[in-house]
Design a protein around this ligand. Sequence first.
Ligand SMILES: [Zn+2]
Length: 254
Amino acid sequence: MRFPSVAVALALATALAAAGCSDEPGASARVASATPAATSTPTASVTPSVSATPTPTPTPSAKPTTTTPPKDTRAGKQLATPYEVDGIIVVSKKHRISAGYGPPDPTGPYHLESAAARALAKRTAAARADGVRIRVHSGYRSWTTQNASYQKALRNYPQNISFYAPAGASEHQTGLAVDLWDGVTWSLPMARTATGKWLFRHAHEYGFVLRYPDGKTKITGYHYEPWHYRYIGKRDAMKFPNNKLTLEEYLGLA
Ligand SMILES: [Zn+2]
């Protein structure tokens, strides 16, 4: 797969910022994974005992379930009901929803599903307590809105159309996904901001997962989006501590 040139990526990022859209190429922002280096100097006097070995990072694993996910056989009017695995809604390029679907219990200015809105409020307050600002860039988007932005992209960036979600393939239509930022730095550089880093580290504690991790385009169908968080509930999100696992892998859909 070929990434577009930096110039194209920049133009795209600018256009996206203006359009309030989301999907775009991951060119330069793998910063969020850079953990602050420990500053202590290793001393020779440390006895080679106890906990000198770092705790191994848990390897992302598929959900420990013995059942295979049901086939998505929905068609026609059935597309008004989203595809679900173990109670988790999946909306993607492979599992679409029709125009009539929206959050069953939307609330607040961003029309998020109520459980997601509550979790977002908690998360925003926790970040604020840490001195970090979280702003919503985009919440619920209707099929019609998504379609308009997709058609616009099709006209303006046909060469990059795979970076955009077609109508019915965007999680934003469920009211369970939010694009977040600090109100200043958007697009891939957002990953480098205090907000991007805080979210990367803590979002799962509030039931959200980084839905399109870096390097997982083939699985998710979308490029790296450090700003896009999806609410799946804390019990499941806690299985995504290092933002490497995708929902597809977790649910056995990859
Ligand atoms: Zn998004």
